[in-house]
Structures are given as C-alpha cells and as structure tokens.
Write a protein that binds this ligand. Structure first.
Ligand SMILES: C[S@@+](CC[C@H](N)C(=O)[O-])C[C@H]1O[C@@H](n2cnc3c(N)ncnc32)[C@H](O)[C@@H]1O
Length: 304
C-alpha cells in the first residue's frame, strides 16, 4: 500500500479493515472474565516483552515533552506514586504484572514496604526483602486490615474491571488506605460516553476492549463518579494523552508492518490465532485514537 492511500484516521482504518476482516466476529466472544484475563496475559507474555521494552513493563511510556521517546521515562508512573509515601511508608500496587514497577521502587526505597496483588503474577528476577507479590483478585482484599497503606496505585490495570466491580474495588482501596493516604491511577478513558460515538468509533472502541481483554472503557464522568462514590477527594486529574504519543507512534510502526499491507494482513488474519490478530487491530488504531483524543490516558491522584 503506498503512502498516500494509507488510512490516517480511526474511522478510515475501520473502513479499510472491514474490507478483509470480519470485525463483528471479534466482538461476539466473552473476553473479560478473570479466566480470560489470565489466559490473555499467559498468551501475550513474550509479545508484551517484545513490543514494550523487553524488560517486563506493560504500560505506556510518558515522554517528558510529548515529542521524544526514551526508555528512560519507563518509570514515570511509579516515580510519581512514590512521592506520596512518607519515609518508612507502605505501598500497594494493583495489578503489577511482571513486577518491574515494584522492583524499581523496592530497590530505590529500601526504607519502605511494597505489596503487589495480581491475578497472574510473574516470577520476579530479584526478590528484595521489602517486596511481596500475591496472586489474588484485587477487587476484594479481605486479608488486609483497614488503614494499612500510605499509597495505593495501579498502572493500566483498573480498565480490566467493569463498572460494577470498580465501585467494589474503590471501596476496598478506600478502606485499606490510611486517612490522608493517596490513590493513584493511570488508565484509559473515553472523552464522551460510548453511545455518543459514530458506528466506526464504537467498533474501534469495542475492538480495543476485546483486543486488550478490557472491560468497557468508561468516560471521564463515569470514572469521577466511581471515585466520589467511594469517598475520595480529588488532588489532580491530568491528561497525559499527548505525552504517550511518541510511544504509540513507535508501536504503530510495529503494527504497520502487517496492517498497512492488505495481502500480508489477510494471510495473518487467516492463519494466526484470534488473540494475536484482535490485539493487532487494537494496537494499530491506538495511536490515531489518542491523536484524535477518542481514547485519553489519564493520571488520577485521589486522597482519602
Ligand atoms: C497491562 S498489565 C499492567 C502491568 C503493570 N501495572 C505494569 O505497569 O507493567 C495489567 C495487569 O493487571 C492485572 N489484573 C487485571 N485485573 C485484575 C484483578 N481484578 N485483580 C488482580 N490483577 C488484575 C493483570 O493480570 C495484568 O498483570
């Protein structure tokens, strides 16, 4: 496909793909129950390492200026979270995945204690004494007493929790935080409610949810309602969408290798497993979704 005819917007990309992929077929399967999320991460473990940074982080890189991409910015999110922990403080990461954020913090803050809770925790390459990771669904934390943590944070993980369970999760986080403790989230939101978008954009959002095993990506107002329902006060809500564009652009090049060539894409979609191909679609439209501000990347800083 030559440069000029390459689709440049999310809607154009959906039209382009509809010529050779049955997108509706991708949207019929259950994709977000805990078993599916575990299967998704098992299946994608090595691909995530390849696409992200090879080390095990599974989140977007927040560029300092929104223009330059650098792996040095990989720890932006945990480094912001740790600013809210006092000396000797206790920190919980929701959904640490391959554990790189916690490993980074545990090594650089030996005076603090860290816990991670994930449905599918991976073996850590190092085990500092101040770091524990547990296999558990974090929407219910019965073993953790009230007022335990100074900071609870989650990077690109609460998007896996549906609207109903978000209220349950936020109530649990509120309970286990100390009075005055902070809750920080980096996650995807839509700018407006799903029903307000065109057919193409709704398809793009649904394919993204299926591709990433996410629950429905909620809009900013819905997120705000979850936080205030639990009793949190807002410290700051920052859109970092423009600052993840360099990372998304880097990833788009990777997905372009298949998707921008119809014949190659057709062969890939006929031969490779659904989990791979649906993820390919989601990855290919991510840069344009962010550039068009359909899907935003927010930093939420809340306080008990
Ligand atoms: C995209 S990864 C992000 C990993 C990590 N936060 C990072 O920055 O590299 C999302 C993680 O959330 C975990 N997760 C999703 N829903 C969960 C739940 N209800 N309870 C525990 N972990 C969950 C997944 O198993 C996965 O490891």
């Amino acid at each position: 496909m030559s440069g000029d005819s390459k689709p440049q917007t999310v809607a154009d990309k959906i039209h382009y793909m509809e010529k050779f992929i049955d997108l509706d077929k991708f949207l019929t399967e259950n994709h977000n129950d805990p078993e599916h999320i575990i299967a998704y991460f098992k299946e994608n473990h090595s691909r995530y390492r390849h696409i992200y940074n090879g080390k095990g982080n599974m989140h977007f890189i927040v560029s300092k200026d929104g223009e330059t991409f650098s792996y040095d910015d990989m720890f932006y999110q945990p480094d912001v979270a740790i600013n809210y922990a006092p000396p000797g403080g206790k920190v919980l990461e929701l959904g640490p995945g391959q554990g790189e954020n916690l490993l980074h913090l545990a090594k650089s803050h030996p005076d603090k204690e860290f816990l991670g809770i994930d449905l599918f925790p991976r073996e850590l390459k190092e085990k500092p004494a101040n770091l524990t990771i547990q296999k558990q669904d974090y929407t219910s934390l019965p073993d953790i007493p009230d007022n335990t943590f100074d900071v609870v944070y989650g990077v690109e993980t609460v998007v896996y929790v549906n609207s109903e369970k978000k209220n349950k999760l936020m109530a649990e986080v509120y309970r286990v935080l100390k009075p005055g403790g902070h809750f920080l989230i980096w996650d995807y939101v839509t700018k407006y409610p799903f029903e307000t978008y065109s057919r193409e954009i709704q398809t793009a959002l649904s394919v993204t949810e299926h591709g990433g095993a996410f629950a429905q990506i909620e809009d900013e107002e819905a997120w705000k309602a979850h936080f205030s329902h639990a009793g949190f006060k807002t410290v700051a809500i920052n859109s970092l969408t423009d600052r993840i564009l360099p990372d998304l652009k880097r990833m788009q090049k990777h997905f372009d290798m298949v998707m921008a060539h119809p014949l190659r894409a057709k062969i890939v979609f006929r031969t490779l497993p659904r989990a791979y191909t649906v993820n390919l679609i989601a990855g290919w439209i991510a840069y344009d979704s962010a550039r068009e501000h359909l899907g935003n990347y927010n930093e939420w800083i809340m306080q008990k």
